[in-house]
Write a protein that binds this ligand. Structure first.
Ligand code: XMP
Length: 532
């Protein structure tokens, strides 16, 4: 049910932890790879924070960063509205690494020259290191594959700088002013196609900035527990538990911090998969001993959906009913000052509004505008500086079962988006049974954790079949199995025929009401992942 909870409120403010870890600040100039830089740094066991490109140097200084990275970006440094940093960032006395657009900013603001390249240099290249004593290239080979994506190029270095590596197209592929600890890379060290990119970033954060390897999930638990206690005091906290990764991990973490001051509300909307309600009650109620208020409103939801076939209408009805049920449930918990949410870091990073940047849309998260009317809670968002895979690590650290930590995404409106046409109790039952077989066989064959999603869809189409000597006239199940990085684009997974055969024959034999199984071989776009 994360859909409803996570998008209720804006969490952009105060996303800096109260207790300051040793960190690297990344100034975001609009590159599609900025978050990847942040991830790579964290993989080096160093905390990283992404800030807007024009964050005042005085604000940055308050975070006491060990180093600063200027990200790439789509603009040209001379473009009329090109994003520029507060140039006082170069006076903070900490190492600075400029990446791609970032190196050009350095050259431009520190006294060098940048010119528009006649053509865009894009794709693979070879880097030749000229000065092996440069700490960025510590223990790295003299020749390595790199990934470029830029149009402008440096034509004259600022005073104090020298080239330490060259590429086919650039005599200034890597530059340094070792005295002032300024470094620049014309290519992208953060992307996987740059052969030694991880080591380059590790060299910057460890060898140049002097960061220790102190960022790990065990420490994060201690830090987050202290913060939650400091924020909440003796007040009560409510959390809407969906059974999904984010709300589950948030629940386990907050419970570790404040125990019985936390009450989780779990709403059964009648659109859950098989055993979902039982697993949540088992894991959180009995195992973690978290105060769990189980709201079985399945009859009410299914009643409201009677006769409704339009997918948007279904969503609206479910969304509205959920808010009402949740509001009523919070009242029964008693006076709570805080609402906890499993908001993640990518939800709170403000995208940079730069012309030409496809990511320059304000996140929908920010447009939703606060909690539903009448709900005056303060927010507790203990995952808001973590990426998804860090949340999974945190879940494991807290003892959340693998079954939940590595759960595939499940839409808030549940089976309603996987039953085409009218949602009825009988159709929910059929889909649940078919879906259980899909999950079981995907897990048995070890495909379940390799794919983004794998599920059954019930089509309200009946066709003729034959079972024994009898003709049947039953529903069709579509099998949807996709791989994806983020759900924005997806491709269908080429499952082995044997596995498809097992799933199909089990569904037709074991699920009453189904006599046909189809495999969806559409990618997204043009199709979507859910059928609706
Ligand atoms: P589509 O169907 O748009 O889905 O390709 C992209 C991803 O989003 C998930 N999804 C939802 N998740 N609430 C959610 O929390 C929703 O209402 C919702 N609708 C789609 C979908 O499962 C896929 O991973």
């Amino acid at each position: 049910m994360e859909f409803f909870l996570d998008k209720w409120s804006c969490a952009i403010c105060h996303h800096q932890p109260l207790i300051m870890p040793e960190q690297i600040v990344i100034l975001d100039f609009g590159s599609q790879y900025t978050q990847v830089i942040a991830r790579r740094i964290r993989e080096c066991s160093v905390y990283s924070t992404i800030l807007r490109y024009d964050t005042p140097a005085a604000e940055i200084a308050k975070l006491n960063p060990k180093g600063i990275i200027l990200s790439g970006g789509p603009a040209s440094v001379y473009a009329p509205k090109a994003p520029h940093p507060d140039i006082a960032v170069f006076d903070l006395g900490v190492p600075v690494l400029g990446v791609c657009y970032g190196i050009q900013l350095m050259a431009h603001f520190l006294g060098g020259k940048v010119e528009s390249g006649a053509r865009r240099e894009y794709g693979k290249g070879t880097l030749t290191v000229k000065d092996k004593t440069c700490p960025l290239f510590r223990k790295l080979p003299a020749k390595q594959q790199i990934w470029n994506s830029h149009a402008d190029k440096i034509t004259q270095l600022p005073k104090g700088f020298k080239a330490v590596a060259v590429s086919e197209n650039s005599p200034f592929a890597a530059i340094e002013d070792r005295k002032r600890h300024f470094y620049g890379l014309q290519f992208h060290p953060e992307v996987v196609h740059t052969q030694h990119g991880r080591e380059l970033i590790s060299n910057f954060v460890h060898a140049i900035c002097g960061c220790s390897k102190s960022w790990n999930m065990r420490k994060y638990v201690d830090q987050a527990v202290e913060e939650i206690r400091a924020q909440v005091g003796k007040e009560k906290v409510i959390l809407g538990l969906s059974g999904g990764v984010d709300s589950s991990v948030a629940a386990a973490l907050i419970h570790r911090a404040i125990g019985d001051q936390l009450t989780c509300i779990f709403v059964n909307n009648g659109l859950l998969r098989a055993r979902e309600a039982e697993v949540v009650q088992e894991v959180f109620g009995r195992h973690f001993k978290i105060k769990l208020q189980y709201e079985d409103d399945s009859k009410q939801f299914l009643q409201l959906l009677k006769g409704i076939t339009d997918p948007e209408k279904k969503r609206k009805i479910i969304g509205k009913a959920f808010i009402e049920v949740f509001q009523a449930a919070t009242k029964r918990v008693g006076k709570a000052k805080f609402l906890a949410q499993g908001t993640l870091y990518p939800d709170v990073i403000e995208s940079v509004p730069i012309a030409g940047n496809p990511a320059a849309l304000i996140k929908s998260h920010h447009n939703v505008g606060g909690l539903p009317k009448g709900m005056k809670f303060k927010l507790v968002e203990p995952l808001k500086c973590l990426f998804k895979d860090e949340v999974r690590q945190l879940g494991l650290e807290l003892g959340v079962p693998k079954e939940i930590v590595y759960r595939q995404p499940f839409p808030g409106p549940g089976l309603a988006v996987r039953i085409l046409g009218e949602v009825t109790p009988a159709r929910c039952e059929i889909l649940r049974n078919a879906d259980s077989i899909v999950v079981e066989e995907m897990k048995r064959s070890e495909w379940y954790y390799k794919v983004w999603q794998s599920f059954a869809v019930l089509l309200p189409v009946r066709s003729v079949g034959v079972m024994g000597d009898e003709r049947t006239y039953d529903y069709t199940i579509a099998l949807r199995v996709v791989e994806s990085q983020d759900g924005m684009t997806a491709d269908w997974v080429k499952l082995p025929y044997e596995l498809l055969e097992t799933i199909s024959s089990r569904i037709c034999n074991e699920v009453k009401g189904v006599n046909r199984v189809c495999f969806d071989i559409s990618s997204k776009p043009p199709a979507t992942i859910e059928w609706e």
